[in-house]
Ligand binder design. Structure first.
Ligand code: DGL
Length: 346
């Protein structure tokens, strides 16, 4: 009879001793979270240290030599520019080190798509960077963190991972950070690359790759963090029936250098809101029209005359990712035509 202990000792499909060196940069999230006592509902993210998480994954050491460090330990709802810059700086050092072949970043799933896209735009390396989180806390029945971490490491050390930039591994699926979106509040299959499909699959450590990312990122990205101590303020404003333009004016008054409208449909908004974003654009605030919908493309000059109004269309990027790109774009230029080109290329 095959016992559970024997199965664990066999280490799934990749039982060879691991010679790849993987550095884990931990930031917290549910993967490090502890469930409420006695199986009650709710949990506290960012409760466990990375060393505990690594130790909880059977046979991880057979895949690779793992070292871990805790960069921060927070729920990713508290992720901010300061932590992004700190994490990006540490990541840049780690990928430069000859002692690291690949990097895992553990992170809460709520804002993983933003952090991942930010890191993909500013990190110059061919070495694989894989973000891993979980939907269930470490102490939950059927916690998904250990298998996500195992598959994340298997993905990171896979020969096909080089040059693919920052990826997200969750529930056996590999997605490019640029494409991935969290789509469900609690489902373990929450991440989807809604417009394009996944980068590959990772099943019990066996990795199958699909098409590479054909957008500028990583080595081909013009963005970096040298000399940056903060990022330009960019606010997201959500459109809806009866949208009042007051929040647009308030954001501009409070110093926003850029605005992203989470528009209805194809990046649309009420006539008064359109009038105020046009005024903001004329005053030098860069305005990107994105969509509050879960998928699709916001086309330039479709229903809204972007050329005439001086606006940028987000193309495929949802509001959260548009904000990331716009913040970095504004560190380089405030020229609307140049920024539109960035939204077409990244
Ligand atoms: N607070 C959320 C976060 O850290 C929990 C969700 C998660 O990690 O899956 O993003």
């Amino acid at each position: 009879m095959v016992t559970l202990a024997a199965l664990l000792a066999a280490g799934g499909a990749s039982a060879a001793p691991g010679t790849s060196r993987v550095t884990v940069l931990a930031t917290g999230g549910t993967i490090a979270g502890a469930q409420a006592p006695e199986g009650g509902y709710g949990y506290k993210s960012g409760s466990f240290d990375i060393k505990d998480l690594i130790a909880a994954v059977p046979n991880l050491d057979k895949l690779a030599t793992i070292s871990g460090e805790q960069v921060v330990n927070i729920g990713s709802q508290d992720m901010n520019d300061e932590v992004w810059l700190k994490l990006a700086r540490r990541l840049a050092e780690v990928v430069k080190s000859p002692g690291t072949d690949a990097v895992i970043i553990t992170h809460g799933t709520d804002t993983m798509e933003e952090t991942g896209y930010f890191l993909d735009l500013v990190t110059k390396t061919e070495k694989p960077i894989v973000m891993v989180g979980s939907m269930r806390p470490a102490t939950a029945i059927s916690a998904d963190g250990p298998s996500n971490l195992y598959n994340g490491v298997a993905t990171a050390i896979s020969p096909g991972a080089r040059g693919r930039g920052v990826m997200v591994v969750l529930n056996d699926q590999i997605d490019y950070a640029r494409n991935v979106v969290k789509t469900n509040t609690s489902d373990v299959q929450t991440f989807h690359s809604v417009n394009r499909g996944p980068a590959g699959v990772a099943n019990t450590g066996v990795v199958t790759w699909f098409a590479p990312l054909d957008k500028k990122h990583g080595m081909t990205s013009e963005f970096g963090i040298d000399g940056l101590t903060r990022l330009p303020r960019v606010d997201i404003i959500y459109a809806h029936a009866g949208m009042n333009p007051d929040l647009i004016d308030a954001a501009v008054k409070l110093g926003a250098k850029g605005l992203v409208i989470a528009g209805v449909g194809d990046g649309n908004m009420t006539a008064p809101a359109l009038e105020r974003v046009t005024a903001a654009a004329k005053a030098g605030v860069v305005v990107v029209r994105s969509s509050r919908l879960g998928s699709g493309i916001v086309y330039r000059n479709n229903e809204v005359d972007d050329d005439k109004l001086g606006l940028v269309a987000s193309d495929e990027l949802n509001p959260a990712k548009s904000r990331v790109l716009l913040m970095l774009a504004l560190t380089r230029t405030s020229d609307v035509a140049k920024i539109q080109k960035m939204f077409d290329e990244y």
